[in-house]
Design a protein around this ligand. Sequence first.
Ligand code: SAH
Length: 396
Amino acid sequence: MNASFILKAGREKSLRRHHPWIFSGALERIEGTPESGDTVAVRSADGKTLALAAWSPASQIRARVWSFDPQACIDAEFFRSRVTQAVALRKALPAAQHSNALRLVHAESDGLPGVVVDRYADVLVAQFLSAGAERWREPILDALVEATGCEAIYERSDAEVRALEGLAPRTGFARGDRAAARCAIVEHGIHFRVDVEQGQKTGFFLDQRENRQRVRALAAGRDVLDCFCYTGGFALAALTGGARRVLALESSAAALAIARENLSANAFAAERIEFQQANVFEHLRGLRDRGAAFNLVVLDPPKFAPTAAHARNAARAYKDINLLAFKLLARGGLLASFSCSGGIPMDLFQSIVAGAALDAGAEAKIIERLGAAPDHPVALNFPEGDYLKGLLLLRD
Ligand code: SAH
Protein backbone atom coordinates (compact mmCIF):
# COMPACT_ATOMS: atom_id res chain seq x y z
CA MET A 1 0.00 0.00 0.00
CA ASN A 2 1.21 3.49 -0.84
CA ALA A 3 2.09 5.87 1.92
CA SER A 4 0.01 9.05 2.02
CA PHE A 5 1.08 12.69 1.87
CA ILE A 6 -1.67 14.58 3.68
CA LEU A 7 -1.93 18.23 2.67
CA LYS A 8 -2.67 21.07 5.05
CA ALA A 9 -6.19 22.40 4.73
CA GLY A 10 -6.42 24.86 1.83
CA ARG A 11 -3.08 23.77 0.27
CA GLU A 12 -4.56 21.72 -2.58
CA LYS A 13 -5.08 24.70 -4.92
CA SER A 14 -1.93 24.31 -7.01
CA LEU A 15 -2.57 20.57 -7.31
CA ARG A 16 -6.04 21.23 -8.62
CA ARG A 17 -4.37 23.33 -11.33
CA HIS A 18 -2.14 20.29 -11.99
CA HIS A 19 1.09 21.94 -10.93
CA PRO A 20 3.52 19.05 -10.33
CA TRP A 21 5.45 20.43 -7.33
CA ILE A 22 4.36 20.11 -3.69
CA PHE A 23 6.40 22.18 -1.27
CA SER A 24 7.33 21.18 2.28
CA GLY A 25 5.08 23.93 3.71
CA ALA A 26 2.00 22.18 2.31
CA LEU A 27 2.66 18.97 4.24
CA GLU A 28 0.37 18.31 7.21
CA ARG A 29 1.65 14.79 7.88
CA ILE A 30 2.90 11.61 6.24
CA GLU A 31 1.04 8.34 6.83
CA GLY A 32 3.26 5.29 6.45
CA THR A 33 7.05 5.23 6.16
CA PRO A 34 8.01 5.95 2.55
CA GLU A 35 11.66 5.86 1.51
CA SER A 36 13.19 8.56 -0.66
CA GLY A 37 11.70 8.30 -4.17
CA ASP A 38 8.79 6.04 -3.19
CA THR A 39 5.36 6.82 -4.58
CA VAL A 40 2.95 8.49 -2.17
CA ALA A 41 -0.76 9.22 -2.57
CA VAL A 42 -1.30 12.95 -2.15
CA ARG A 43 -4.51 13.59 -0.20
CA SER A 44 -6.38 16.75 0.63
CA ALA A 45 -7.24 17.51 4.25
CA ASP A 46 -10.70 16.00 3.64
CA GLY A 47 -9.19 12.72 2.46
CA LYS A 48 -9.55 12.93 -1.32
CA THR A 49 -6.65 11.52 -3.38
CA LEU A 50 -5.48 14.22 -5.80
CA ALA A 51 -2.30 12.77 -7.26
CA LEU A 52 0.43 10.16 -7.06
CA ALA A 53 3.85 11.65 -6.43
CA ALA A 54 7.46 10.82 -5.65
CA TRP A 55 8.44 11.43 -2.02
CA SER A 56 11.56 13.52 -1.62
CA PRO A 57 12.25 13.91 2.09
CA ALA A 58 15.42 16.05 1.73
CA SER A 59 14.01 18.62 -0.69
CA GLN A 60 11.96 21.79 -0.25
CA ILE A 61 9.98 20.36 -3.16
CA ARG A 62 8.84 17.52 -0.92
CA ALA A 63 6.96 15.63 -3.64
CA ARG A 64 6.77 15.73 -7.45
CA VAL A 65 3.67 14.45 -9.17
CA TRP A 66 3.85 11.48 -11.53
CA SER A 67 0.13 11.39 -12.25
CA PHE A 68 -3.05 13.27 -11.37
CA ASP A 69 -5.02 10.07 -11.95
CA PRO A 70 -5.48 8.46 -8.51
CA GLN A 71 -6.01 5.10 -10.26
CA ALA A 72 -2.70 5.21 -12.16
CA CYS A 73 -0.18 2.50 -11.48
CA ILE A 74 3.32 3.93 -11.05
CA ASP A 75 5.46 1.05 -12.27
CA ALA A 76 8.02 0.25 -14.98
CA GLU A 77 5.26 0.18 -17.59
CA PHE A 78 4.18 3.70 -16.59
CA PHE A 79 7.69 5.01 -17.29
CA ARG A 80 7.95 3.05 -20.52
CA SER A 81 4.78 4.72 -21.71
CA ARG A 82 5.93 8.26 -20.74
CA VAL A 83 9.33 7.76 -22.38
CA THR A 84 7.77 6.33 -25.55
CA GLN A 85 5.41 9.29 -25.78
CA ALA A 86 8.23 11.81 -25.31
CA VAL A 87 10.38 10.16 -27.98
CA ALA A 88 7.43 9.97 -30.41
CA LEU A 89 6.78 13.71 -30.00
CA ARG A 90 10.36 14.48 -31.11
CA LYS A 91 10.19 12.13 -34.08
CA ALA A 92 7.27 14.20 -35.38
CA LEU A 93 9.04 17.57 -35.03
CA PRO A 94 10.48 19.32 -38.10
CA ALA A 95 13.74 19.75 -36.15
CA ALA A 96 14.23 15.97 -36.36
CA GLN A 97 14.73 16.43 -40.13
CA HIS A 98 17.45 19.02 -39.59
CA SER A 99 19.46 17.70 -36.70
CA ASN A 100 20.54 14.42 -35.16
CA ALA A 101 20.75 16.07 -31.75
CA LEU A 102 17.52 16.69 -29.88
CA ARG A 103 16.19 16.88 -26.35
CA LEU A 104 14.12 13.71 -25.95
CA VAL A 105 12.85 14.17 -22.40
CA HIS A 106 12.28 17.61 -20.88
CA ALA A 107 11.46 16.74 -17.27
CA GLU A 108 8.17 18.08 -15.86
CA SER A 109 6.91 19.13 -19.30
CA ASP A 110 7.11 15.50 -20.47
CA GLY A 111 5.48 14.20 -17.30
CA LEU A 112 8.85 13.02 -15.97
CA PRO A 113 9.97 15.44 -13.22
CA GLY A 114 13.71 15.29 -12.67
CA VAL A 115 14.48 13.40 -15.90
CA VAL A 116 16.37 15.11 -18.73
CA VAL A 117 17.56 13.20 -21.79
CA ASP A 118 19.40 14.59 -24.80
CA ARG A 119 20.29 12.65 -27.91
CA TYR A 120 23.61 13.31 -29.65
CA ALA A 121 23.66 11.14 -32.79
CA ASP A 122 23.69 7.58 -31.44
CA VAL A 123 24.51 8.47 -27.83
CA LEU A 124 21.98 9.52 -25.20
CA VAL A 125 22.90 11.69 -22.24
CA ALA A 126 20.62 11.30 -19.25
CA GLN A 127 20.24 13.26 -16.03
CA PHE A 128 18.33 11.95 -13.00
CA LEU A 129 17.87 15.01 -10.85
CA SER A 130 15.18 14.17 -8.28
CA ALA A 131 14.58 11.42 -5.72
CA GLY A 132 11.73 10.01 -7.80
CA ALA A 133 13.78 10.02 -11.00
CA GLU A 134 16.59 8.25 -9.15
CA ARG A 135 14.17 5.60 -7.84
CA TRP A 136 12.99 4.72 -11.38
CA ARG A 137 16.38 5.11 -13.09
CA GLU A 138 16.70 1.51 -14.30
CA PRO A 139 13.26 1.18 -15.94
CA ILE A 140 13.71 4.62 -17.52
CA LEU A 141 17.12 3.63 -18.95
CA ASP A 142 15.62 0.41 -20.34
CA ALA A 143 12.72 2.33 -21.87
CA LEU A 144 15.13 4.81 -23.51
CA VAL A 145 17.12 2.02 -25.16
CA GLU A 146 13.90 0.43 -26.37
CA ALA A 147 12.34 3.65 -27.70
CA THR A 148 15.43 4.99 -29.48
CA GLY A 149 17.52 1.96 -30.41
CA CYS A 150 20.53 3.80 -28.93
CA GLU A 151 22.76 1.42 -27.04
CA ALA A 152 24.96 3.96 -25.31
CA ILE A 153 23.62 6.15 -22.51
CA TYR A 154 26.02 8.45 -20.70
CA GLU A 155 24.80 9.65 -17.33
CA ARG A 156 25.43 13.25 -16.29
CA SER A 157 23.69 13.22 -12.93
CA ASP A 158 26.18 15.82 -11.71
CA ALA A 159 23.97 18.92 -11.64
CA GLU A 160 23.98 20.83 -8.36
CA VAL A 161 20.24 20.36 -7.86
CA ARG A 162 20.87 16.71 -6.99
CA ALA A 163 22.38 17.80 -3.68
CA LEU A 164 19.06 19.49 -2.79
CA GLU A 165 17.42 16.10 -3.21
CA GLY A 166 19.99 14.44 -0.92
CA LEU A 167 21.57 12.60 -3.86
CA ALA A 168 25.29 12.22 -4.60
CA PRO A 169 26.52 13.03 -8.11
CA ARG A 170 26.89 10.16 -10.58
CA THR A 171 28.52 10.16 -14.03
CA GLY A 172 29.58 7.48 -16.49
CA PHE A 173 28.09 5.13 -19.04
CA ALA A 174 24.86 3.70 -17.64
CA ARG A 175 24.30 1.61 -20.78
CA GLY A 176 26.79 0.57 -23.41
CA ASP A 177 30.38 1.69 -23.32
CA ARG A 178 32.66 3.73 -25.47
CA ALA A 179 36.28 4.71 -25.42
CA ALA A 180 35.67 8.34 -26.36
CA ALA A 181 32.67 10.29 -25.20
CA ARG A 182 33.08 13.00 -27.87
CA CYS A 183 30.04 12.85 -30.18
CA ALA A 184 29.81 14.29 -33.68
CA ILE A 185 26.46 15.90 -34.44
CA VAL A 186 25.03 17.85 -37.36
CA GLU A 187 22.64 20.75 -36.80
CA HIS A 188 21.13 22.32 -39.92
CA GLY A 189 24.14 21.17 -41.89
CA ILE A 190 26.72 22.50 -39.41
CA HIS A 191 29.03 19.96 -37.76
CA PHE A 192 29.66 20.16 -34.03
CA ARG A 193 31.62 18.04 -31.57
CA VAL A 194 29.92 17.47 -28.22
CA ASP A 195 31.88 16.54 -25.13
CA VAL A 196 29.24 14.63 -23.19
CA GLU A 197 31.61 13.88 -20.28
CA GLN A 198 33.00 17.32 -19.51
CA GLY A 199 30.83 19.74 -21.47
CA GLN A 200 28.38 22.09 -19.80
CA LYS A 201 24.93 20.70 -18.97
CA THR A 202 24.74 17.55 -21.12
CA GLY A 203 27.35 18.91 -23.55
CA PHE A 204 25.49 21.25 -25.92
CA PHE A 205 22.82 23.96 -25.79
CA LEU A 206 20.12 22.31 -27.85
CA ASP A 207 17.53 24.83 -26.69
CA GLN A 208 19.12 27.52 -28.89
CA ARG A 209 18.99 25.49 -32.12
CA GLU A 210 16.28 27.49 -33.89
CA ASN A 211 17.64 30.80 -32.62
CA ARG A 212 21.02 29.95 -34.11
CA GLN A 213 19.12 29.49 -37.38
CA ARG A 214 17.55 32.95 -37.00
CA VAL A 215 21.00 34.45 -36.57
CA ARG A 216 22.29 32.52 -39.57
CA ALA A 217 19.43 33.87 -41.71
CA LEU A 218 20.24 37.46 -40.68
CA ALA A 219 24.04 37.36 -40.74
CA ALA A 220 24.88 38.00 -44.39
CA GLY A 221 27.46 40.74 -44.79
CA ARG A 222 27.41 41.70 -41.11
CA ASP A 223 30.17 42.17 -38.55
CA VAL A 224 29.09 39.80 -35.81
CA LEU A 225 29.92 39.72 -32.10
CA ASP A 226 28.98 36.44 -30.35
CA CYS A 227 29.21 36.88 -26.58
CA PHE A 228 29.34 33.78 -24.35
CA CYS A 229 29.93 31.62 -27.41
CA TYR A 230 30.62 28.26 -25.64
CA THR A 231 31.59 25.85 -28.46
CA GLY A 232 30.74 28.36 -31.19
CA GLY A 233 27.07 27.66 -31.89
CA PHE A 234 25.94 31.17 -32.89
CA ALA A 235 29.35 32.10 -34.29
CA LEU A 236 29.42 29.21 -36.74
CA ALA A 237 25.77 29.76 -37.66
CA ALA A 238 26.61 33.40 -38.49
CA LEU A 239 29.61 32.32 -40.60
CA THR A 240 27.42 29.87 -42.49
CA GLY A 241 24.96 32.68 -43.09
CA GLY A 242 27.66 34.77 -44.76
CA ALA A 243 28.85 37.06 -41.96
CA ARG A 244 31.67 39.35 -43.03
CA ARG A 245 33.60 38.63 -39.84
CA VAL A 246 32.83 37.13 -36.44
CA LEU A 247 34.36 37.82 -33.05
CA ALA A 248 33.36 35.17 -30.49
CA LEU A 249 34.03 35.59 -26.77
CA GLU A 250 34.05 32.89 -24.10
CA SER A 251 35.71 32.48 -20.70
CA SER A 252 36.15 28.70 -20.74
CA ALA A 253 39.33 27.42 -22.40
CA ALA A 254 37.82 23.93 -22.71
CA ALA A 255 34.79 25.28 -24.56
CA LEU A 256 37.01 27.33 -26.88
CA ALA A 257 39.14 24.28 -27.70
CA ILE A 258 36.00 22.54 -28.94
CA ALA A 259 34.87 25.71 -30.73
CA ARG A 260 38.11 25.60 -32.73
CA GLU A 261 37.58 21.89 -33.46
CA ASN A 262 34.09 22.77 -34.68
CA LEU A 263 35.52 25.42 -36.96
CA SER A 264 37.87 22.82 -38.51
CA ALA A 265 35.04 20.30 -38.83
CA ASN A 266 33.29 22.67 -41.25
CA ALA A 267 34.56 24.09 -44.50
CA PHE A 268 34.83 27.70 -43.33
CA ALA A 269 37.26 30.43 -44.17
CA ALA A 270 38.97 30.56 -40.78
CA GLU A 271 40.28 34.11 -41.35
CA ARG A 272 36.73 35.47 -41.03
CA ILE A 273 36.41 34.35 -37.40
CA GLU A 274 38.27 34.98 -34.20
CA PHE A 275 37.64 33.05 -30.99
CA GLN A 276 38.92 34.90 -27.98
CA GLN A 277 39.16 33.81 -24.35
CA ALA A 278 37.74 36.71 -22.39
CA ASN A 279 35.45 37.83 -19.63
CA VAL A 280 32.60 39.35 -21.61
CA PHE A 281 31.89 42.06 -19.03
CA GLU A 282 35.45 43.39 -19.21
CA HIS A 283 36.03 42.74 -22.87
CA LEU A 284 32.94 44.65 -24.01
CA ARG A 285 34.13 47.67 -22.01
CA GLY A 286 37.48 47.48 -23.78
CA LEU A 287 35.79 47.25 -27.18
CA ARG A 288 33.59 50.22 -26.32
CA ASP A 289 36.60 52.29 -25.22
CA ARG A 290 38.28 51.51 -28.53
CA GLY A 291 35.14 52.59 -30.44
CA ALA A 292 34.50 49.15 -31.98
CA ALA A 293 31.23 48.63 -33.86
CA PHE A 294 29.26 45.57 -34.95
CA ASN A 295 25.98 45.16 -36.75
CA LEU A 296 24.87 41.86 -35.26
CA VAL A 297 25.45 41.12 -31.59
CA VAL A 298 24.44 37.93 -29.76
CA LEU A 299 24.24 37.89 -25.97
CA ASP A 300 23.64 34.40 -24.61
CA PRO A 301 24.91 34.58 -21.03
CA PRO A 302 24.77 31.79 -18.43
CA LYS A 303 21.92 31.61 -15.96
CA PHE A 304 22.40 34.68 -13.73
CA ALA A 305 19.17 34.05 -11.75
CA PRO A 306 18.30 30.38 -11.20
CA THR A 307 15.38 31.49 -9.00
CA ALA A 308 13.44 34.70 -8.37
CA ALA A 309 15.55 35.26 -5.22
CA HIS A 310 18.56 36.08 -7.43
CA ALA A 311 16.60 38.43 -9.70
CA ARG A 312 17.98 41.73 -8.37
CA ASN A 313 21.69 40.95 -8.90
CA ALA A 314 20.89 39.21 -12.14
CA ALA A 315 18.98 42.24 -13.40
CA ARG A 316 22.11 44.35 -12.89
CA ALA A 317 24.23 41.88 -14.85
CA TYR A 318 21.73 41.71 -17.73
CA LYS A 319 21.47 45.48 -17.83
CA ASP A 320 25.26 45.84 -17.86
CA ILE A 321 25.89 43.56 -20.85
CA ASN A 322 22.88 44.80 -22.81
CA LEU A 323 23.91 48.41 -22.28
CA LEU A 324 27.42 47.62 -23.57
CA ALA A 325 25.95 45.69 -26.49
CA PHE A 326 23.82 48.69 -27.53
CA LYS A 327 26.91 50.91 -27.32
CA LEU A 328 28.73 48.54 -29.69
CA LEU A 329 25.79 48.17 -32.06
CA ALA A 330 25.86 50.32 -35.18
CA ARG A 331 22.66 51.99 -36.37
CA GLY A 332 20.54 49.48 -38.28
CA GLY A 333 22.26 46.69 -36.37
CA LEU A 334 20.58 43.69 -34.75
CA LEU A 335 20.86 42.48 -31.18
CA ALA A 336 19.77 38.94 -30.21
CA SER A 337 19.63 39.09 -26.43
CA PHE A 338 18.79 36.06 -24.28
CA SER A 339 18.13 35.12 -20.70
CA CYS A 340 17.92 31.50 -19.56
CA SER A 341 17.15 32.52 -15.97
CA GLY A 342 14.00 30.91 -14.60
CA GLY A 343 13.88 33.77 -12.08
CA ILE A 344 13.55 36.48 -14.77
CA PRO A 345 10.20 36.43 -16.61
CA MET A 346 9.88 37.88 -20.13
CA ASP A 347 8.25 41.15 -19.06
CA LEU A 348 11.06 41.84 -16.57
CA PHE A 349 13.70 40.91 -19.14
CA GLN A 350 12.13 43.24 -21.67
CA SER A 351 12.10 46.13 -19.21
CA ILE A 352 15.78 45.50 -18.32
CA VAL A 353 16.70 45.58 -22.02
CA ALA A 354 14.59 48.72 -22.51
CA GLY A 355 16.45 50.42 -19.63
CA ALA A 356 19.79 49.37 -21.13
CA ALA A 357 18.91 50.88 -24.53
CA LEU A 358 17.77 54.10 -22.91
CA ASP A 359 20.98 54.46 -20.89
CA ALA A 360 23.04 53.67 -23.98
CA GLY A 361 21.24 56.41 -25.90
CA ALA A 362 19.91 53.90 -28.43
CA GLU A 363 16.42 53.64 -29.91
CA ALA A 364 15.48 50.06 -30.75
CA LYS A 365 12.44 47.95 -31.52
CA ILE A 366 11.58 44.30 -30.93
CA ILE A 367 11.25 42.53 -34.22
CA GLU A 368 10.87 39.04 -32.79
CA ARG A 369 10.43 37.27 -29.45
CA LEU A 370 12.42 34.09 -29.14
CA GLY A 371 12.20 31.02 -26.93
CA ALA A 372 13.50 27.49 -26.55
CA ALA A 373 13.32 25.07 -29.48
CA PRO A 374 10.17 22.88 -29.73
CA ASP A 375 11.96 19.80 -28.41
CA HIS A 376 11.89 21.74 -25.11
CA PRO A 377 8.10 21.96 -24.69
CA VAL A 378 6.49 23.84 -21.80
CA ALA A 379 3.57 22.08 -20.12
CA LEU A 380 0.79 24.64 -19.58
CA ASN A 381 0.52 23.61 -15.94
CA PHE A 382 4.28 24.17 -15.44
CA PRO A 383 5.18 27.78 -16.37
CA GLU A 384 8.58 27.30 -14.67
CA GLY A 385 9.50 25.28 -17.76
CA ASP A 386 9.51 28.48 -19.82
CA TYR A 387 13.04 29.49 -18.82
CA LEU A 388 14.64 30.62 -22.09
CA LYS A 389 13.56 33.96 -23.47
CA GLY A 390 15.06 36.15 -26.12
CA LEU A 391 14.49 39.42 -27.91
CA LEU A 392 15.59 40.14 -31.43
CA LEU A 393 16.02 43.90 -31.60
CA LEU A 394 16.71 46.33 -34.38
CA ARG A 395 18.58 49.51 -33.52
CA ASP A 396 17.14 52.50 -35.36
N1 SAH B 1 25.62 30.44 -27.03
C1 SAH B 1 26.11 29.14 -26.65
C2 SAH B 1 25.75 28.77 -25.21
C3 SAH B 1 26.20 29.78 -24.17
S1 SAH B 1 26.18 29.17 -22.53
C4 SAH B 1 25.63 28.08 -27.66
O1 SAH B 1 24.79 28.41 -28.52
O2 SAH B 1 26.10 26.96 -27.59
C5 SAH B 1 26.99 30.44 -21.66
C6 SAH B 1 28.51 30.45 -21.80
O3 SAH B 1 29.02 31.60 -21.14
C7 SAH B 1 29.24 29.27 -21.17
O4 SAH B 1 30.02 28.65 -22.14
C8 SAH B 1 30.15 29.89 -20.09
O5 SAH B 1 31.42 29.26 -20.01
C9 SAH B 1 30.30 31.29 -20.59
N2 SAH B 1 30.59 32.33 -19.60
C10 SAH B 1 30.08 32.45 -18.35
N3 SAH B 1 30.48 33.63 -17.79
C11 SAH B 1 31.25 34.26 -18.71
C12 SAH B 1 31.94 35.50 -18.75
N4 SAH B 1 31.87 36.36 -17.70
N5 SAH B 1 32.61 35.84 -19.86
C13 SAH B 1 32.66 35.00 -20.92
N6 SAH B 1 32.02 33.82 -20.96
C14 SAH B 1 31.32 33.44 -19.86
